[in-house]
Write a protein that binds this ligand. Structure first.
Ligand code: ME8
Length: 508
């Protein structure tokens, strides 16, 4: 793409490779994929990054438990996360692994900058550490002897380097105040501001009692604290520390980080502080989504109720899973996964609404209108009303996407689908076939136009089904971006044989 296209950079968290991917990972990744696909179709030069977080005590201990070397261990799990990208049809431009030499070089460069600029000093850490969270906690934060997240904590005393986070309270508060759009949703923003207003303590940024990490430049007894290492992945992927790297120059100013609410503090507080201290601009936007439970229960390995994305896709279909995750809960809120809920969405929104609209229109045209794009006559008020309802969808969905309002984005399109289904019922082309074939052709043309526009706009959510619908409308592949929304179908173009795109799930 040429340099004049606006840029858009979207990231997922890099996932810990101590466990197989589950629905939570799939959720963030699909959301980022929807944003990336939408922006590409809207003419942006997009860079979509995902990957794996492979260092730290949690990984080192898991490898030990599995009886393999950390390297063997992480290589195995990284493959599983790459397979997740394939399974979910993610359009990621790069998959980063923090054990890669380029990442080590980037993390070390950031460290050196922080040292050179006077923000890191050597000291001694004595306090609590939760290996599961890879986070330090002070006594006050503990709840019944555990981390506030419920993770077990252990007492750590070791020589450690510190980042002077306490100095960044004011700059951070100023940054939040000057950049009201930095963080969403609003409720999370308030939480973070309150936390920073409460005061910040210097942060231990190295560990010296184990070795699985990026060695600290000039003092290799230490490895970098895994969060400092991990956060810099977002820069590594763009070619940093080469500040003239085209990807870095073009994309860093336009980054959107998607994360779960569990890791908001690391991204909203530590990360902008590290960046400001290193003389790099803080991220443009950060959005923290909510938490999935399974049939009302917290998802956890120990409860044995993690949901395997491979099984989900095998049972319901990929587009069905993608749509369900994006539509079921307002992005930012918590949600519950249940078999009944995904079946309901699949059968009502996809099979009955979108699938049925496409099937009834296209099979009717195939049987009764010569299997070509019909030739419309003058539009009646009801035709104009339906087309007018669809008209602002690009503007509306853009606004939703820029706020990461993914479920709202689906809702907008599905109001058009519902309206189009009502229009078919009212216009009754099956009756017009006997009384007024010219009017029938107009009605069918209007419906195909609506279907074309909605299928173009819905591609980011259900790419497989929309590709099939657009194939069946004979829309060439190079005319499916948003720039072509206003390029209406050409009457007379031959249509292929239609087939259903969203089968109904039968009750088991
Ligand atoms: O935190 N519901 O990695 P991680 C929704 N390596 N989202 C969920 C979820 C759930 N039940 N469970 C997991 C890490 N997620 C660090 C990140 S980034 C520089 C380093 C998603 O493997 C959600 O995005 O524990 C969450 O933030 C992420 O997985 C945590 O993944």
């Amino acid at each position: 793409m040429s340099a004049k296209n606006p840029s858009y950079y979207v990231t997922t968290p890099i996932y810990y490779v101590n466990d197989a991917p589950h629905i939570g990972h799939a959720y963030t990744s699909v959301a980022a994929d929807v944003l990336a696909r939408f922006k590409r179709l809207d003419g942006y030069d997009v860079f979509f990054l995902t990957g794996t977080d492979e260092h730290g005590q949690k990984i080192e201990r898991s490898a030990e438990k599995a009886g393999v070397s950390p390297k063997e261990y992480v290589d195995g799990f990284a493959e599983k996360f790459k397979a997740l990208s394939t399974l979910l049809n993610l359009s990621d431009d790069h998959f980063i692994r923090t054990t890669s030499p380029t990442h080590h070089a980037c993390a070390k460069a950031i460290w050196t900058r922080l040292v050179t600029r006077g923000h890191i000093y050597k000291g001694h850490y004595a306090g609590w550490y939760a290996v599961r969270d890879e986070a330090f906690y002070n006594e006050k934060e503990l709840v019944n002897g555990k981390a506030p997240t419920g993770a077990d904590v252990e007492w750590v005393e070791e020589e450690s380097y510190f980042f002077n986070l306490s100095q960044w309270q004011e700059p951070l508060l100023e940054f939040y105040a000057n950049n009201p759009d930095f963080m969403g949703p609003q409720s999370r923003r308030n939480e973070v501001v309150k936390f920073v207003e409460g005061g910040l303590r210097d942060l231990s940024v190295s560990r010296s009692t184990f070795g699985w990490g990026v060695p600290v430049p000039g003092d290799e007894v230490h490895v970098m604290y895994v969060w400092l290492d991990a956060l810099t992945n977002y820069l590594t992927a763009l070619g940093f520390p080469d500040e003239n790297a085209p990807l870095y120059k073009e994309h860093w100013p336009n980054v959107v980080h998607l994360v779960g609410k569990d890791i908001l503090r690391f991204h909203a507080v530590y990360w902008p502080a590290f960046l400001m201290a290193a003389g790099i601009s803080p991220p443009k936007r950060l959005f923290a989504h909510g938490w999935w439970t399974n049939e009302g229960q917290k998802i956890s390995k120990s409860l044995g109720n993690t949901i395997d994305p491979h099984a989900l896709v095998a049972t319901y279909g990929l587009d069905q899973v993608r749509y369900f995750m994006m539509r079921e809960i307002p992005f930012g809120g918590d949600g519950d996964f249940s078999d009944a809920a995904i079946r309901r969405r699949t059968n009502s929104d996809l099979a009955n609404d979108f699938g049925n609209l496409s099937q009834r229109v296209l099979s009717f045209v195939a049987k009764h209108a010569g299997a070509v794009v019909p030739t419309p006559g003058d539009f009646h008020p009801e035709d104009k009303a339906l087309l007018a309802q669809i008209e602002p969808f690009l503007k509306e969905t853009r606004a939703a996407i820029d706020q990461q309002a993914l479920s709202r984005y689906c809702e907008i399109l599905w109001t058009g689908i519902a309206e189009a289904n009502r229009y078919v019922d009212a216009a009754a082309p099956w009756s017009l076939r006997k009384t007024d074939t010219a009017r029938m052709e107009t009605v069918l043309y209007v419906l195909m136009e609506v279907l074309r526009r909605i299928a173009i706009l819905a591609q980011p959510i259900t790419p497989g089904a929309c590709a099939k619908i657009l194939d069946q409308l004979s829309v060439p592949e190079d005319r499916r971006s948003f720039a072509f929304l206003d390029k209406a179908l050409t009457p007379g173009v031959v249509l292929p044989t239609p087939e259903g795109v969203f089968p109904r799930l039968e009750n088991q």
